[in-house]
Ligand binder design. Structure first.
Ligand SMILES: Cc1cc2nc3c(=O)[nH]c(=O)nc-3n(C[C@H](O)[C@H](O)[C@H](O)COP(=O)(O)OP(=O)(O)OC[C@H]3O[C@@H](n4cnc5c(N)ncnc54)[C@H](O)[C@@H]3O)c2cc1C
Length: 387
C-alpha cells in the first residue's frame, strides 16, 4: 500500500524503529509520547544480532557499530569466584552472520531519534484512548488533541493503553519476583577484560558487566525480592553491599565504583502473551504486545523485528490496512509469545524460584560445552524473520 498515514503512540525503541521503517516507505508518520523529556528506563541494552540486522536493513549499520561495544567472549563465574564456563562468541557470529552490540541506552535512543527526526516527535502528549471506523483510526490525548490516520501503532510499553482497545480489556502485569539494578561504569581493567561479558551467579542472584561503546561497562545486578520494595538512590550502594556480601573482589570493586545516584533500580515484570496483537486498524509493537523479563535480552530486539515485519506487510500486501495488520499478527504472535514464556522460565531458574532447579543449572554451567550456549543463542536469533 502507498501513501498511508501512521500514528505511533510511544517513542521508545519500538515506536522509533517503526517510525523510521515506515518513513522509509514514504508514509506520513506522527509519533507522540507522554513524557516531556525522553529518558530511557535503564542504562544499557544488549542488541543481539537479530536486532542489529533490522538496523542494518534500515541503513543504520554504521551508526550502531559506532556506539556498540566489542563483546567477543562470555564468561560465567560462581559467587565464590570459581570459573564455570568460558564461551568464545566468534562461532556465534559466524553462524548468524552479524555480531551483537551491547550499547548505552541513551546512545541508542539518540541514534534512533536522529534517524527519525527528533523535532518530529511530539512530547507531553498522553494518549488516553483510540477509536476506529471503516475508513480511519483516531488517537485521543489527555489535552483534548485528536489525530486521525490510516492506522495507529501502540508502542506504549508494558502498561499500554492501546492494548486495552486491541484486547477489549486491560491485562495485569506480572511481577517476576526480583529486582534489577543497572548502570554504567568506566571499563576499568580490575572489573573485567574489555571485550568480555562476565556473569557471576550464585544464591539465586547474579552480577554482571558487559562492554558498551565509549570504554564503559553496562553493569547489572539481580536478586529475588518481594514486590513493593523501595530504596532511595543514596542508599543503593549499601543495599548492594548487603545483597552481595562475600561475593568476588571484582563485584565488590564494581559496587564501590558505581555511582549509586545514577543506578537504576527496577522491579521486573512481564505480561502473559495476549490473544491478539492487532484489531482492525490498530496494532501493537514492542512491550505493549509482549513485555518480557530481560533474561534472554530479546525485548528490544523483538520490538525491532516487529518494526521490520509491520513495514513489510504494509508495503507488500494491498488488500487493506486491517488485512496487513492481521498478517503481521500471524507472523509475530507465536515468536514473541514463545520468547516471553522462555524468558520467564529462565528468570525463575536464575533467580531461585525453585532452588533445586537453580542448583542444577549451576552444575550444568560447569558441564555445558560452549557450542551448547552459542547454539542456543543462534537458534533464538535465526528463529526470527531476519534469518
Ligand atoms: C533491566 C532491563 C534490561 C533489558 N535488557 C535488554 C537487552 O539486553 N536486550 C533487549 O533487546 N531488550 C532488553 N530489555 C527490554 C527492552 O528494554 C524493552 O523490550 C524495550 O525497551 C521496549 O521498548 P518499547 O518501545 O516497546 O517500550 P518502552 O521503551 O517502554 O517505550 C514506551 C514509550 O511509550 C510512552 N508511553 C507510554 N504510555 C503512553 C501514553 N499513554 N501516551 C503516550 N506515550 C506513552 C512512554 O513514555 C515510552 O517512551 C531490557 C529491559 C529491562 C527492564
Amino acid at each position: 500500500m502507498y501513501d498511508l498515514k501512521a500514528i505511533i503512540i510511544g517513542a521508545g525503541i519500538g515506536g522509533l524503529t517503526t517510525g523510521i521503517a515506515l518513513k522509509q516507505l514514504g508514509y506520513q508518520v506522527e509519533i507522540y509520547d507522554r513524557t516531556h523529556q525522553l529518558r530511557p528506563a535503564g542504562a544499557g541494552i544488549s542488541l543481539w544480532s537479530n536486532g542489529v540486522k533490522v538496523l542494518n536493513q534500515l541503513g543504520l549499520g554504521r551508526e550502531i557499530a559506532a556506539i556498540g561495544g566489542e563483546m567477543n567472549r562470555m564468561e560465567y563465574r560462581s559467587h565464590k569466584d570459581e570459573p564455570l564456563s568460558q564461551i568464545d562468541l566468534q562461532p556465534l557470529f559466524q553462524t548468524v552472520g552479524q555480531r551483537p552490540y551491547p550499547v548505552a541506552r541513551t546512545d541508542l535512543q539518540q541514534m534512533l531519534l536522529d534517524a527519525f527526526g527528533a523535532v518530529e516527535v511530539q512530547l507531553g502528549m498522553k494518549c488516553i484512548g483510540v477509536e476506529q471506523d471503516k475508513t480511519s483510526a483516531t488517537a485521543v490525548f489527555e489535552n483534548g488533541h485528536r489525530t486521525s490516520g490510516d492506522l495507529i501503532i501502540g508502542a506504549d510499553g508494558i502498561r499500554s493503553i492501546v492494548r486495552e482497545h486491541v484486547l477489549g480489556e486491560a491485562i495485569p502485569t506480572r511481577y517476576a519476583d526480583y529486582v534489577n539494578w543497572n548502570g554504567l561504569v568506566p571499563a576499568l581493567p580490575e572489573l573485567c577484560e574489555a571485550d568480555n561479558w562476565v556473569l557471576y551467579v550464585g544464591e539465586g542472584k547474579r552480577a554482571s558487566m558487559m562492554p558498551v561503546g565509549g570504554d564503559r561497562f553496562y553493569y547489572f545486578f539481580g536478586a529475588p525480592m518481594a514486590e513493593g520494595s523501595q530504596v532511595p538512590p543514596e542508599d543503593r550502594r549499601q543495599e548492594l553491599v548487603e545483597q552481595f556480601l562475600g561475593w568476588p573482589t571484582a563485584v565488590q570493586t564494581l559496587i564501590q565504583t558505581l555511582d549509586p545516584l545514577q543506578a537504576n533500580r527496577l522491579e521486573i515484570s512481564d505480561i502473559d502473551p495476549p490473544a491478539h496483537l492487532a484489531k482492525g486498524r490498530i496494532v501493537l509493537v514492542g512491550d505493549s504486545g509482549h513485555a518480557t523479563t530481560p533474561t534472554l535480552g530479546q525485548g528490544g530486539c523483538q520490538a525491532m523485528e516487529d518494526a521490520a515485519m509491520l513495514a513489510r506487510y504494509l508495503v507488500t500486501t494491498n488488500l487493506s490496512v486491517s488485512d496487513a495488520l492481521g498478517r503481521y499478527e500471524q507472523a509475530r504472535k507465536a515468536r514473541t509469545s514463545e520468547l516471553v514464556l522462555k524468558a520467564r522460565r529462565r528468570t525463575d531458574t536464575i533467580y531461585g524460584k525453585h532452588p533445586e532447579m537453580t542448583e542444577e543449572w549451576y552444575e550444568e554451567l560447569k558441564q555445558e560445552p560452549p557450542e551448547a550456549v552459542t547454539g542456543a543463542l543462534a537458534r533464538i536469533i535465526l528463529g526470527g524473520p531476519m534469518g
